[in-house]
Design a protein around this ligand. Structure first.
Ligand code: ZN
Length: 171
């Protein structure tokens, strides 16, 4: 994965772009949805191989999973604004797989599981893969990760957020 910060910032940006009502609950659900796919690491504990469709970066990183997850949460939490919930949560969840597919480590992402069990990377993989442990994160390696995420995640997100802010300020 990219780091929690990278995933979270992308969810925050999607929420701000799509949700005009600034719903707190939706923002929290979106943040949770961007890290949720990585709960699949428990697969290792059950002896499920990385390459397995239910292994790490498998089904929970697929487009179908993002659709189902967003439908479920928007059904439970959305009221008259189910579509806003759905869009924010779908993009937040699916963005996790796309960020993973832009990292330079691990195996690719099973975007099309269960229809196609192959794993994919995007054609460019500029984001350094993030370690799970917190100690590694604050090392030289950690610095490299932060720099790559600033360049390829934080700056694009900030550009979008500043643009939104300016649009609002003009009104
Ligand atoms: Zn992941």
């Amino acid at each position: 994965m990219a780091s929690f910060f990278g995933h979270g910032l992308v969810a925050y940006t999607f929420t701000k772009v799509i949700d005009k009502q600034n719903l707190k609950l939706l923002l929290w659900l979106a943040l949770f949805s961007t890290i949720m796919p990585d709960f699949d690491v428990v697969a290792f504990k059950f002896g499920i191989a990385y390459e397995h469709p239910l292994g790490h970066r498998g089904f929970t990183h697929s487009i179908l999973f993002a659709l189902l997850w967003a439908m479920l949460l928007s059904f439970i939490f959305g009221k008259t604004n189910k579509l806003v919930y759905f869009l924010v949560l779908f993009f937040s969840t699916v963005s996790h797989g796309f960020l993973d597919a832009m990292t330079n480590g691990g195996k690719g992402v099973g975007f099309f599981i269960p229809f196609d069990n192959d794993r994919y990377f995007l054609p460019f993989t500029p984001i350094k893969v993030s370690p799970i442990g917190i100690r590694d994160f604050f090392s030289e390696w950690g610095l490299q990760i932060i720099l790559s995420e600033v360049k390829y995640i934080a700056i694009p997100c900030l550009v979008v957020l500043v643009f939104l802010y300016l649009l609002k300020a003009r009104k």
